[in-house]
Write a protein that binds this ligand. Structure first.
Ligand SMILES: [Zn+2]
Ligand SMILES: [Zn+2]
Length: 310
């Protein structure tokens, strides 16, 4: 069985931390673009995409923080009469919304089929991530009604802290089991919204990208190849595939799971007091794909992209 996987842990380059889904005062976020960038810089992020709803927020490239132009794009009508939200990344040309209209597509935004939106962004050199499918109440039919998006948000901080709909692992596996190699992103969707019973949604999720250079072109190339992992806490330090073994090293965690279709895969739980730092899984040969997720003692998770076997 041959493993098909762009392994970020063996790829050349350095690790860079980034958040690809962020709102500012230009839509419904609480902080100005400049203050939002400062907030992420202070939290140790290297790159950030400001993705205001239905508009492009332009900020000058700022020392110490690489900015990737983005826009959150609303479109379509889902099976249950909700809408699709896409994170448009590396947007070179704004998709303008004029009231209910998207002039470039000559339609009201909810009449734009998700495929039309994906094609519009990609034909202009951008990329699409399917945002918060659980929060959006997207069904299997919905997520298969379009293609060409590079990934889905497997975790979304604001969807988690506001209504406990942050995780979309089942949606992800629904794609992977059908052979669609879609990547898993962990994003804040930061609005700086919080109250006395709701935690702030800033700086709680990220992706760690392996790239030769901290520049838009190189970071985007690495993202498109899947050379990253997603986290809202744990660090994944190593992943090696050799023969029928997968070895994973992490910061201290209470569980490491090897997720595969049907009843394949395995969860390793630290039942003694000491958390894990290393786990080895034996590939049985029936898995089709395996992705690895782990959880630390505070319940925060991290996810690798999927390893496919053929
Ligand atoms: Zn959204
Ligand atoms: Zn958003």
């Amino acid at each position: 069985m041959e493993a098909r996987f762009n392994n970020p842990f063996t790829a050349e380059g350095n690790w860079f931390k980034g958040n690809l889904h962020t709102h500012t005062k230009n839509s419904d976020g609480a902080l100005s673009p400049e203050d939002t960038v400062r907030q992420y810089k202070e939290a140790g992020y290297h790159f950030l995409s400001l993705t205001d709803h239905c508009r492009l927020t332009e900020v000058e490239q700022n020392q110490g923080m690489l900015l990737i132009q983005g826009e959150e794009l609303h479109c379509g009508t889902s099976e249950q009469k909700f809408n699709f939200h896409f994170v448009g990344l590396d947007i070179k040309e704004e998709i303008v919304y004029s009231g209910d209209e998207i002039p470039v597509l000559k339609k009201k935004w909810w009449e734009v089929h998700p495929q039309e939106m994906i094609d519009a962004v990609k034909s202009r050199g951008g990329e699409i991530i399917l945002a918060h499918p659980y929060w959006s109440a997207l069904t299997t039919n919905d997520i298969f009604s379009c293609q060409g998006y590079i990934g889905i948000e497997v975790f979304n901080t604001t969807c988690y802290h506001s209504i406990d709909k942050g995780y979309s692992m089942t949606h992800w596996d629904d794609l992977l089991v059908r052979g669609r190699n879609i990547f898993g992103f962990s994003s804040d969707d930061c609005h700086n919204h919080f109250n006395d019973h709701r935690q702030n949604d800033a700086c709680g999720a990220w992706i760690m990208v392996k790239s030769k250079k901290l520049a838009v072109r190189e970071i985007m190339e690495s993202i498109k190849k899947g050379l990253f992992y997603a986290s809202c806490g744990p660090e994944i330090k190593d992943l090696k595939i050799s023969g029928d073994k997968i070895f994973v090293a992490t910061s201290p965690v209470k569980s490491v799971s090897f997720i595969a279709p049907n009843g394949w895969g395995e969860m390793f739980t630290a039942l003694k007091r000491e958390p894990f730092r290393e786990v080895e899984y034996r590939i049985r040969g029936q898995e089709r794909y395996i992705r690895i997720q782990c959880m630390d003692t505070q319940g925060r998770m991290a996810w690798t992209n999927a390893i496919f076997f053929e």
